[in-house]
Design a binder for this molecule. Sequence first.
Ligand SMILES: NC(=O)c1ccc[n+]([C@@H]2O[C@H](COP(=O)([O-])OP(=O)(O)OC[C@H]3O[C@@H](n4cnc5c(N)ncnc54)[C@H](OP(=O)(O)O)[C@@H]3O)[C@@H](O)[C@H]2O)c1
Length: 261
Amino acid sequence: MNTALITGGSSGIGYGLSEKFASEGYRILWVSKPKEELAIAKKQIMADYPDLEIRTLTKDLSKEGSCKEVHEWANNIAPIDVLINNAGFGTYGFIKDCSIEKEVSMIQVNVKALYLLTRYFMGDMMKKDTGTIINISSNSSFETVPRMLTYSSTKAFVKHFSRGLNEELKMINSKVKVITICPAAVVDTNFKKEAKMERVKTFEGLAATSLKEVVADTWSAFEKGKSFQISGWKMRWLYKIYGFIPFSIKMKLTADETSEI
Ligand SMILES: NC(=O)c1ccc[n+]([C@@H]2O[C@H](COP(=O)([O-])OP(=O)(O)OC[C@H]3O[C@@H](n4cnc5c(N)ncnc54)[C@H](OP(=O)(O)O)[C@@H]3O)[C@@H](O)[C@H]2O)c1
């Protein structure tokens, strides 16, 4: 049986991907923050997929040492075939008003934990010369985003690091693969509530996408062995012209997108 480890698997994109991998017969390992929602989500997915083998670990990935503990825990269960670095959150507002503590915690989850888990599990995968790491970046990685400077910078790291790592693995003839997923604004997850962005235009904007589309795009990239996938068909079209738009105009457009309705 194949095993997928999904961080932040108990809600949003992570939950949607868990359902998809469960339906394909994978054993699922979840790592989420200590919360009662984790138990509720586990009950739900087990009701929908009665044959599913699922194991959960409550762990705050912003904490020192947490990724090592995740690695040890997972290795005691099964070799990991697919690692999905999905856990992450955003902060919103002009940087002068953002909490430094919250933003540092976000950097620890979105960047440091993703980096460490990738390093730990890619080592195991390289020994077997097989495995896939799916890293969830964002369309905010394409250019800096006013009112989401730190978040968009964390996602730029994810994109840069993951795409480059996949190239390095190819150069050394490794069969381990890294897939970078860049979803557009997803209207139906907890992200916007957690980031206090419920009234922000981008979620009702031209290029917004849905959880269903992100799950379908991610699965399709995985099945086809693609290394980079923008998720949301409208964003894929916009991206084709994005590089031709001058920086100052991009800033005006994104500043409008991140303003409140
Ligand atoms: N929604 C969007 O518009 C959008 C667009 C592009 C990319 N993304 C990215 O997609 C990923 C999933 O987001 P989502 O939209 O599905 O939002 P979500 O529903 O809020 O899911 C985020 C998940 O990350 C987990 N998480 C957050 N902080 C954590 C921590 N310190 N330790 C362990 N787990 C933690 C959460 O666990 P708890 O529930 O226990 O807190 C939750 O399961 C994120 O990386 C996000 O940046 C989202």
